[in-house]
Design a protein around this ligand. Structure first.
Ligand SMILES: O=P(O)(O)OC[C@H]1O[C@H](OP(=O)(O)OP(=O)(O)O)[C@H](O)[C@@H]1O
Length: 177
């Protein structure tokens, strides 16, 4: 059984900064922190009967795969619209993300079934537009959106509540160390 508080403390203390910005790639680069991520991000949903982890690229599927293994779930890729995703037949355009522009995401109808209970995993939430877009793909499939698990929170309370986001570390506490 992992201790999420211990994992959180380790990730918070070790989160590298590049140009004063929290560097997710640097967390993945550290074997000790990488080993904590799957168990820590999965822990809040250990009893949620998750059948599918759904993760938007580019960094979402890295963490999503780690979480899916922990939960005994499958992983569904959500690709951005200009990427190759054979058979993609569902699309959604997000509201503007932190970049100030919308993103277009694509997925495949047979990857998510109405009986699925879906957890969305990504590395970061700011506006929540990416998570909302993925949630809409889940709901369009008739499946149950269980919530989201992210590594870094840079979103307001309303966004966190709306999307039922569990987050491991807060942007402000990383840059404020
Ligand atoms: O809450 P939001 O405002 O939607 O922002 C969160 C998204 O932004 C980042 O992706 P990014 O846009 O950097 O794309 P990439 O991972 O493909 O580089 C991050 O990986 C999330 O997917």
């Amino acid at each position: 059984m992992i201790d999420r508080a211990t994992a959180r403390a380790a990730v918070l203390a070790g989160f590298p900064l590049v140009n004063d910005h929290p560097d997710v790639a640097g967390v993945l680069r550290r074997p000790d922190l990488l080993a904590e991520l799957g168990p820590a991000l999965a822990a809040p949903y250990a009893d949620a009967d998750v059948s599918v982890v759904c993760a938007p690229e580019a960094r979402g599927p890295i963490l999503g795969a780690l979480v899916a293994v922990e939960l005994g779930a499958g992983l569904v890729l959500v690709r951005k619209d200009d990427r190759n995703h054979p058979g993609a037949d569902r699309r959604v355009v997000s509201s503007p993300t932190w970049r100030g522009a919308s993103e277009s995401f694509q997925t495949r109808s047979w990857d998510i079934e109405p009986a699925d209970r879906v957890l969305v995993v990504d590395d970061w939430v700011t506006t929540g537009s990416s998570l909302r877009a993925v949630r809409s793909l889940v709901l369009d499939a008739g499946a149950r959106y269980v919530g989201a698990s992210v590594l870094v929170r840079k979103a307001d309370d309303e966004t966190i509540d709306d999307l039922a986001v569990e987050w491991l570390v807060h942007f402000d506490e990383i840059v404020g160390r």
